[in-house]
Design a protein around this ligand. Structure first.
Ligand code: NAP
Length: 282
């Protein structure tokens, strides 16, 4: 081991990744000497990267698309979260072995907890049925949600994730479409409503056709948007105006990275504190 902590991120594409800025800011705050490199690794090229990683004495690397599942056969051990979702976003090299972790869902729950909320016993209504919902819907069930309801434009995608949640966790997940009537009905029952579609995201042309469903939410409901740019989507603005507590996607983005940094360095720190200290540097 050199005194320097050598870190990296791999993926394809990689140019727009926020990982270098986030992890560099954390290492600077922790005053740990580090290097952080980005590697564009095309699908199928993991063996070449792993050889290079060994030569360059890389101690840990973040894994993004399209390698989160493909990396698993190359690892000596993976943690419970990675095994659950068959996806790895964090790899630590130690004593000649590679250890895989998945901090995505735990990053979300940590952000939710810091906002004073959790999944336990809640009716969780998730909008969207893409990659992130495949993980988050299962996490909600594993964390004891009372009901998990997945609403999506393409019903078949919501059906597939609901079936997966039910088969894996025993919690009977529900799936439905995405029209105004359905959104209104499920919103009125939600304790926690999560937007996991890109609707309202900067650079995306589409937003919700209407936000009627926000007015159906119970006063003590909580609304979470996975989007962090803009920091307040029209959805979150409408919820805030009704006095409903909100959470944007920045916490999830940062906290999954902070969990990875704790794994790499063995140093623990307050996530809320670190978020405040680095938010202007990313
Ligand atoms: P994805 O796999 O591309 O899935 C997108 C989902 O949004 C699909 O269910 C899709 O429905 C739906 N959708 C897309 N355009 C729509 C429209 N015009 N009207 C209604 N539904 C629409 O994306 P993902 O990876 O799951 O990510 C989802 C969101 O979470 C994105 O906004 C992403 O930026 C955000 N995210 C944030 C973090 C974070 O750290 N904060 C992490 C991961 C993801 P169909 O099935 O019908 O296509």
């Amino acid at each position: 081991m050199t005194a320097m902590t050598n870190l990296a991120v791999i993926g394809d594409p990689i140019a727009h990744s926020k990982s270098p800025a986030i992890h560099s800011a954390v290492m600077e705050e922790l005053k740990i000497p580090y290097t952080y490199s980005s590697f564009q690794v095309r699908k199928g090229n993991l063996p070449n990267f792993l050889k290079l990683a060994k030569e360059r004495e890389i101690h840990g690397f973040n894994v993004t698309m399209p390698h989160k599942a493909d990396i698993i056969p190359f690892l000596d051990e993976i943690d419970e979260e990675a095994r659950r979702y068959q996806a790895v976003n964090t790899v630590k090299a130690e004593g000649g072995k590679l250890y895989g972790y998945n901090t995505d869902a735990d990053g979300y729950t940590a952000a939710l907890r810091d906002a004073g909320n959790d999944f336990a016993g809640k009716t969780v209504v998730i909008l969207g049925a893409g990659g992130v919902v495949t993980t988050l819907a299962r996490k909600a069930a594993y964390e004891g949600a009372g009901r998990v309801c997945i609403l999506n434009r393409t019903l078949a995608h919501a059906d597939a994730i609901a079936a997966l949640v039910t088969a894996e966790t025993g919690i009977k997940a529900e799936s439905a479409g995405f029209d105004t009537e359905i959104l209104n009905r499920y919103a009125s029952q939600a304790d926690l409503l999560i937007n996991a579609t890109p609707l309202g995201m900067h650079g995306v042309k589409h937003d919700f056709e209407n936000l009627e469903f926000v007015h159906k939410l119970k006063k003590n409901a909580f609304i979470s948007d996975l989007i962090y740019n803009p920091s307040e989507t029209n959805l979150l603005e409408a919820a805030r105006e009704r006095g409903i507590p909100t959470l944007n996607g920045l916490g999830m983005l940062l906290y999954q990275a902070f969990l990875a940094d704790q794994i790499y360095t063995g140093v623990t720190f307050s996530f809320a504190d670190m978020k405040m200290r680095i938010v202007n540097k990313i």
